[in-house]
Design a binder for this molecule. Structure first.
Ligand SMILES: NC(=O)c1ccc[n+]([C@@H]2O[C@H](COP(=O)([O-])OP(=O)(O)OC[C@H]3O[C@@H](n4cnc5c(N)ncnc54)[C@H](OP(=O)(O)O)[C@@H]3O)[C@@H](O)[C@H]2O)c1
Length: 260
């Protein structure tokens, strides 16, 4: 039985690397990769040309609820179930740099950042939750308890700066607020999708500071910048180790539990 993963936000960065790593490590893996502009996603297109039987690309702008609905209908018709859903799309700020003080805060930037980083991932939970009920258990989600083995996983890519407890510096209003609220969405999803027979494990993950376009303006200040390969390798180890006891948690790439 195939292990089916949907990566939301797969054109670049961490999302693209999830596609590469999942396909490379498991010949039975099937990946549905979504992005808002498939024609412009050069690296994803190249990967698809090599993996046309196992990699399916769908157009999805995460701020567009109708496109989320259409994608969920496509997945339902063609695959019937998902083992793993990763919400990876994200933005720091429309300008590419986080606000340094209140004078930089605007309604427009706050709204777009929240729609992309928070509201979209929550709506993915709404429309895809019903298919996240039958993990095949062929890869990942290890557990010694057979009752826990057939458990699907929903991952929201969060960020350490979304931790209210850890916030000692301030700034980055839009991004911090969007990730903090995303963590609340993860917690709520873990409760609602954790009820009943088919439980879904829902977690927020922090990938470390990773060498991607999102973090590029700050690379010179980062002593330990992770490659996407390294970060995703760590994140997949965390995902593989999850059990229902972990649902609702905010975990880092090395499985440290972050305070909300
Ligand atoms: N890099 C880090 O150091 C770091 C640290 C902590 C957390 N994170 C989180 O990790 C996740 C991945 O970040 P990254 O570093 O891989 O960023 P990235 O390289 O800048 O990639 C961002 C991705 O989000 C997509 N995206 C943005 N707006 C979208 C929309 N409206 N609809 C669909 N897709 C959209 C982009 O698609 P387009 O190509 O169409 O623009 C792109 O695929 C994010 O949630 C980020 O907050 C990253």
């Amino acid at each position: 039985m195939s292990f089916i993963t949907l990566i939301q936000g797969a054109s670049r960065g961490i999302g693209l690397q999830f596609c590469r790593s999942l396909l490379a490590r498991d010949p039975g893996a099937v990946v549905i990769a979504t992005c808002r502009n498939p024609d412009g996603a050069t690296d994803l297109k190249e990967l698809q040309s090599k993996e046309s039987n196992r990699l399916h690309v769908c157009k999805l702008d995460i701020t567009n609820e109708q496109q989320i609905v259409s994608t969920s209908e496509f997945v339902k018709e063609n695959f019937g179930k998902l083992d793993l859903l990763i919400n990876s799309a994200g933005m720091l700020h429309p300008s590419g740099k986080g606000e340094t003080s209140l004078r930089d805060v605007s309604m427009e930037a706050l709204t777009l950042t929240m729609q992309t980083n928070t509201f979209g991932p929550l709506l993915m939970g709404k429309y895809f939750g019903p298919f996240l009920t039958k993990g095949s258990g062929s890869v990942g989600v290890q557990s010694s308890d057979p009752k826990q083995r057939h458990t699907a996983v929903l991952v929201n890519m969060s960020a350490k700066v979304g931790s209210i407890t850890d916030n000692g510096l301030g700034g980055w209003y839009s991004y911090r607020m969007s990730k903090s609220a995303l963590n609340m969405a993860t917690k709520n999803l873990s409760i609602e999708l954790g009820r009943g027979k088919n439980k879904v494990i829902c977690v927020s993950l922090h990938p470390g500071t990773v060498d991607t376009d999102l973090s590029r303006p700050y690379h010179k200040n980062v002593p330990n910048l992770f490659s996407t390969e390294y970060s995703v390798n760590c994140l997949l180890s965390v995902i593989d180790s999850l059990t229902v006891a972990d649902t609702g948690k905010f975990l880092t790439y090395d499985r440290t539990v972050m305070a909300y």
